[in-house]
Design a protein around this ligand. Structure first.
Ligand SMILES: Nc1nc2c(ncn2[C@@H]2O[C@H](COP(=O)(O)OP(=O)(O)OP(=O)(O)O)[C@@H](O)[C@H]2O)c(=O)[nH]1
Ligand SMILES: [Mg+2]
Length: 454
């Protein structure tokens, strides 16, 4: 564990950092960020100016001039005097024309100034956290906002950022602390406070469990929103797997032909339905074959199978031949049975499989619904009450099982020491969610996932 003071000292003893904050592609504007004790000096040197307090937090237009007198660009910049900045340090934000050359030259010019180095991933946000500008939970929510790729994931991330869910978790922690104090008191001062009331402790545990349960259930949805769902489209050759991929995505990505064995390599496309990103992977038709290339394609399905959340098994509705589920595919994962080509009169799809047509589009909305609903029902969840950060979800589950253990131990009349340990572990796990206690390793793990410049 490292305490905040030593962190702050460390931050201030290290150098000024600089980074490009926008993607390195030709664009209207390029943004660079600088944070640290030399930010003001860098602005003065680059823009041949002297920043005055009246100009703090104001957009100033100025020429960026390199040390050799070369005019690099006409830029705008904003200088934030610490602690009134994102990181809590002096911060300089530079807005230049979005030419790759200008952006690269600017970062080169800035980072060759004494005591200024290129920032590492997430280092700006890490400094904001270490300087007490934002709690760790908020820092992680920023990452979730940046990574959000659907309406649902954005909603959850924004709610995490505004902190509603943490209020509930913080209340659970307070409740657990009060309970721990009660148990500790009767353990240490039995003569003063009397023996433990097993029923009352168990009731408290039930109440905490009840408060955590909706967050846990909702967070299962949150984690699906965050990572999306991956389905492998499998079946015999020529049943319409590639047609299905194309029809669902609205793109003509996979080659469709009446020749059996057309697809050899796999092709994946992501679609969004009900706020969930679903990655569909079209694969080679599964059959006994003498073609080496086709065999490799079928081998690939085995590898892909491990990463998939489920399968869409496509059969041809006009054929009565049953599909024999190959041993190398996981039977435990959900299998969505679809019978394709229901537009053809000879189609006789049985109950238990979903009839679709890649020609008319029949059944495809039901199919998309099934793909999501097999794992989760989005209408049941309130984004206010969920987490989508996997580290925080793990800590939440951990806290839940510690409270459950405490309840079991108290009901079994196990020694109170053990109950105290369970409750302390639960408090620690709940604190972990909020990031109130942290290790250097944890911080490195969190901030390394950020992009440079954030
Ligand atoms: N009538 C009808 N024809 C379809 C439908 N879906 C696909 N087809 C036709 O079926 C044939 C095979 O389609 P593909 O999508 O290439 O089948 P596949 O399962 O990917 O085949 P392989 O890549 O060889 O494994 C093509 O001629 C398609 O036009 C459908 O819903 N109705
Ligand atoms: Mg195909």
């Amino acid at each position: 564990m490292i305490d905040e003071l030593s962190c702050q000292k460390k931050v201030h003893s290290i150098k000024t950092i600089a980074a490009i904050a926008t993607p390195l592609i030709p664009s209207a504007i390029g943004i660079l960020r600088v944070s640290g004790p030399d930010a003001e000096h860098i602005a003065n040197r680059l823009f041949k100016t002297k920043i005055i307090p009246d100009n703090y937090r104001k957009m100033i237009t100025a020429n960026a001039i390199q040390d050799n007198g070369n005019l690099l660009d006409q830029c705008c910049y904003v200088f934030y005097k610490g602690p009134h900045s994102y990181t809590g340090e002096d911060v300089l934000e530079i807005f230049c024309h979005g030419s790759i050359y200008i952006v690269k030259e600017l970062i080169q010019t800035i980072t060759t100034m004494p005591d200024c180095v290129l920032a590492k991933n997430g280092e700006f946000t890490q400094r904001a956290f270490l300087n007490g500008k934002i709690p760790l939970s908020k820092a992680e929510a920023i990452l979730d906002i940046i990574e959000s790729n659907s309406e649902a994931s954005h909603k959850i991330a924004i709610n995490q950022y505004t902190g509603h869910v943490y209020e509930s978790i913080s209340n659970c922690r307070d409740h657990t602390m009060t309970l721990l104090q009660k148990v500790e008191a009767s353990l240490e001062f039995p003569d003063d406070v009397g023996g433990i009331n097993t029923e009352a402790v168990s009731k408290d545990c039930s109440e905490i469990i009840q408060s955590l349960t909706p967050i846990i259930n909702a967070s299962d949805y949150g984690s699906i929103v965050k990572k999306g769902l991956k389905y492998l489209i499998v079946g015999e050759p020529n049943v319409g797997k590639s047609s299905l991929l194309n029809k669902l995505s609205g793109e003509s990505r996979s080659i469709v032909s009446e020749t059996a064995g057309t697809t050899r390599d796999y092709i994946d496309i992501s679609i969004e339905y009900n706020g969930i990103i679903i990655t569909l992977i079209d694969t080679a038709g599964i059959r006994e074959t003498s073609s080496d290339i086709e065999k490799i394609g079928i081998e690939k399905i085995k590898e892909l199978s491990e990463l998939a959340d489920g399968y869409i098994l496509v059969t041809d509705g006009t054929s009565s031949k049953p599909f024999v589920w190959p041993h190398f595919l996981d039977q435990e994962k959900p299998i969505i049975n679809v019978r394709n080509k229901i537009d053809k009169p000879s189609n006789n799809y049985p109950n238990g499989s979903l009839g679709i047509s890649c020609v008319t589009g029949a059944g495809l909305t039901e199919l998309k619904e099934t793909l999501v609903h097999t794992f989760v029902d989005p209408s049941q969840y309130e984004p206010n009450h969920m987490l989508c950060n996997l580290r925080q979800i793990t800590a939440l589950n951990n806290a839940y099982s510690c409270i459950k253990k405490a309840q079991e131990h108290i009901e079994l009349k196990t020694t109170l020491d053990i109950v105290c340990i369970d409750l302390r572990d639960a408090i620690e796990a709940l604190s972990d969610i909020m990031g109130d206690s942290f290790t250097e390793e944890l911080l490195d793990g969190i901030f390394s996932k950020f992009c440079i410049g954030k």
